[in-house]
Write a protein that binds this ligand. Structure first.
Ligand code: KG4
Ligand code: ZN
Length: 344
């Protein structure tokens, strides 16, 4: 049995967790920075990095205390090494390096996206490789065939905004506050999803990818007409996102017939309407469906610890001079998608 300390600091959550190879989360601690960034309506990288510096060491100490273990008891320390806001990533990675150096432990540099991608396997021991993963977060929207630790084939990505970004921008347009995803979901639950005609970008397209920028602009136009209520716009927006996600996922499923499960992960996977729609799709295709519990969808350190468990078991550890990476695609061989600002 291996015990891994996981550290996460790539965006606006500072987190530490202790995870075992038999899927026990002995402790998980998390500090959100919502109050820090709320006045700006989005994450301010420099403020995020400073907040990570203040929060991280006490969180690690609290996680160790909660779990009743000492640093000497852990087998390795896994920290997010990218992709993400580089100042924050460096805080977590440098802290992990210092602890590894002091306690003479191996370091595991984890790709944050791999943390999301493997998180459903922490929650459920029956999820086997290969599976089709819809990874939907604030920075990414991808379909990946996951065939093992470090083995990802990217089938689709977004050519403009990520799904979570579309939720966040919609929340901003509608004045629903920050963070946007849960606020839009709440408003949507009170609205009529058919009230506002909105586009479904790339639906039915031969191109495998996602696009959300046009949908966001359509939300802005609908709002500016003063014809529709905020709840109806939110519900119609969410319905459009669901349609796009389903259409693209269906297309990808048609191209990987060896998978037995459809899996959704990342912050947007916390959305109950999206989960339910994907589950229906999986059922009609005769596939098993997995979505991590809500707390494991949004950024946390347990998923980084679990990715650490899987990497450690596979014999992957990293030297202490490993670099923090603002960009780090899971599938380096994936073709570039068209469009500006691609979230590869
Ligand atoms: O995975 P995550 O915590 O951070 C990144 O790695 O990006 O994802 C955060 C994103 C944000 O865009 C947030 O608005 C979205 O996930 N999100 C949601 C929900 N909860 C979080 N989107 C839709 N519905 C939700 N309930
Ligand atoms: Zn994330």
């Amino acid at each position: 049995m291996a015990l891994i300390l996981g550290i996460e600091s790539s965006c606006d959550e500072t987190a530490a967790a202790l995870v075992t190879s038999d899927r026990r989360v002995l402790a998980h601690k998390l500090a959100t920075q919502d109050e820090t960034h709320r006045p700006y309506g989005g994450v301010v990288p420099e403020l995020a990095a400073r907040a990570h510096v203040e929060a991280l060491a006490p969180l690690i100490a609290a996680a160790l205390a909660d779990a009743g273990v000492r640093l000497a008891d852990v087998d390795a320390i896994a920290a997010t090494a990218g992709p993400g806001l580089i100042g924050g990533v460096m805080v977590g990675l440098v802290t992990a390096k210092a602890l590894c150096h002091a306690a003479n432990k191996p370091l595991i540099a984890v790709n944050h996206l791999e943390g999301h991608a493997l998180s459903p396997r922490l929650a459920d021991a029956t999820l086997d490789y290969p599976y089709l993963l819809l990874l939907v977060s604030g920075g990414h929207c991808q379909l990946l065939r996951v065939s093992g630790v470090g083995r990802y084939q990217r089938l689709a990505t977004t050519i403009d905004d990520a799904a979570g970004e579309a939720f966040d921008k919609t929340a901003k347009i509608l004045g629903l506050g920050f963070p946007g995803g849960p606020a839009v979901e709440r408003a949507a639950s009170r609205g009529n999803p058919k009230a506002v005609p909105l586009p479904r970008p790339l639906k039915g397209s031969d191109e495998p990818h996602f696009s959300f920028a046009g949908l966001k602009s359509a939300v802005l136009r609908a709002y500016q007409t003063d014809t529709f209520g905020v709840d109806d716009i939110a519900a119609s927006f969410q319905a459009a996102v669901v349609d796009c996600l389903l259409d693209r996922t269906q297309r990808a499923l048609g191209r990987c017939d060896d998978v037995t499960a459809l899996v959704v992960a990342g912050g947007v996977a916390a959305n109950l309407t999206i989960r339910a729609a994907l589950e229906r799709l999986a059922t009609t295709r005769g596939l098993r469906f997995f979505a991590p519990p809500l707390w494991l969808c949004t950024d946390n350190a347990a998923m980084i610890g679990w990715a650490g468990v899987e990497r450690f078991a596979a014999g992957f550890t990293d030297a202490l001079d490993v670099s923090a990476r603002p960009r780090w695609p899971l599938d380096p061989d994936a073709e570039r998608a068209r469009g500006a600002g691609v979230k590869a």
